[in-house]
Design a protein around this ligand. Structure first.
Ligand code: FAD
Length: 384
């Protein structure tokens, strides 16, 4: 079905990005998957081509375009399965913090580099003992003259090995009541003494993406690196989560489409009992059902994309889309794998990777259970 949220300019941009993705990104995916990370040269190429600043302000080198341009990048990255290259983490999850809360000095020092690709961004919220319960982070940033002294540990941080600027969630007032009032966001440059990268964690899927431990040991961060005001960190995080979760939903539906398209091709080729397996009613019904789910999901996501571009508060609906599309992605990957038979279990077949990559979608950016907690609260079901 023709999607009606994109203009002719968007379509041209898609063609341009697709050409770049197929010629410059796709040939590298296997290497990224085996090395467990992407490389700075690719980030700089993305910057040179303008793909790290489509939605960034013009005065810092961006194109000031609408969010749909970045949604196109997300869809095309998912289409070629370049999940290791987390452009949306950089463009749409981290960079907006610099744009929304950064001082002029911080923008000059970091935002311009994020747009050229010299500066690779990460955000460090999760800790070994604290994930969903973000207000309970234990990393401390205690003021000492014109510095904060940061101590603590983070884990599961995407881009953790390659980032040179990390937005760190830390307690600047550990005694604040309620605790979330004591949280601030600090910009930690990777060459700061006391900042250390731990292991690049081995994982089930997203093989080309570095997911790491980070450690802070008496790491002295200048006060001018606080993002916005001290104590505002939790509020800032909540303000940015709508977009983060929408990104996941956009990529999920695009991944569903890719799994489905490949499986439709496969069942037409593969033969059993003297006919293509596409001829069995089970195959037809399964794929018809999945195609219907994907169309419904796409319609919902497109509606949310349009509302997000208009600047509407759609936190409830985006939370719905995040859990629904990521659950769908897991279902599509599992059903499509089954239709591949034994080949579906072989890593030579992309559907096996789709199955592994889908698993994390319901976990990060707020687990799907947390999405339901948010929705229930917004439906007035929270008794507290
Ligand atoms: C590949 C990958 C990349 C990641 N990238 C980043 C990153 O870049 N930056 C970052 O900061 N973090 C990142 N994360 C961490 C991710 O955001 C957390 O794993 C996630 O928020 C869940 O936290 P947790 O793992 O501590 O699980 P927990 O919070 O311990 O949750 C465990 C289970 O309990 C459930 N649960 C918890 N609280 C409730 C509740 N109130 N009601 C019902 N159920 C509940 C959860 O839904 C889950 O099923 C990444 C994780 C992965 C796997």
């Amino acid at each position: 079905m023709q999607r009606d949220i994109f203009s002719e300019e968007h379509d041209l941009f898609r063609q341009q990005f697709r050409r770049f993705a197929e010629t410059e990104l796709e040939p590298q995916i296997e290497r990224w998957n085996s090395e467990g990370r992407t490389d700075p040269a690719t980030w700089r190429r993305c910057g040179e081509e303008g793909f790290l600043g489509a939605t960034a302000p013009e005065e810092y080198g961006g194109a000031d375009a609408d969010f749909l341009y970045d949604a196109i990048i997300m869809e095309e990255v998912a289409r070629i399965r370049a999940h290791g290259l987390m452009l949306s983490l950089h463009n749409n999850i981290c960079r907006p913090y610099l744009e929304a809360y950064g001082s002029e000095d911080q923008k000059q020092r970091f935002l311009t580099g994020a747009i050229t690709g010299e500066t690779i961004l990460a955000i460090a919220m999760t800790e070994p003992g604290t994930g969903s319960d973000l207000a309970n982070v234990q990393t401390r940033a205690i003021r000492d003259g014109d510095h904060y002294v940061v101590n603590g540990a983070k884990t599961f941080i995407s881009n953790g090995q390659i980032a040179n600027l990390v937005i760190v969630v830390a307690k600047t007032d550990p005694d604040a009541n309620p605790p979330h009032n004591g949280i601030s966001l600090l910009l930690v440059e990777a060459d700061t003494p006391g900042f250390e990268r731990g292991r690049n964690l081995p994982k089930l899927g997203l093989k080309g993406q570095d997911t790491s431990e980070l450690f802070f040991r008496d790491c002295r961060v200048p006060v001018e690196n606080v993002l916005g005001e001290e104590g505002q960190g939790f509020k800032q995080l909540m303000q940015q989560l709508q977009q983060e979760r929408l990104c996941i939903a956009v990529a999920s539906i695009a991944s569903c489409r890719r799994s489905l398209d490949d499986t439709i091709d496969y069942v037409k080729e593969r033969r059993a009992f003297g006919q293509p397996i596409a001829g069995f009613q089970n195959t037809q019904f399964k794929l018809a059902e999945l195609a219907a789910d994907v169309e419904a999901g796409q319609a919902f996501v497109d509606k949310l994309l349009a509302a997000h571009v208009r600047g509407e508060d759609i936190v409830t609906e985006v939370s719905m889309a995040k859990f629904w599309t990521t659950d769908l992605q897991k279902k599509v990957a599992a059903e499509c794998l089954q239709l591949h038979g034994g080949y579906g279990f072989m890593l030579e077949y992309p559907i096996a990777h789709d199955y592994a990559d889908a698993a994390v979608q319901s976990i990060y950016a707020g687990t799907n259970e947390i999405m339901k907690v948010i929705i229930a609260r917004r439906l007035g079901l929270d008794s507290r």
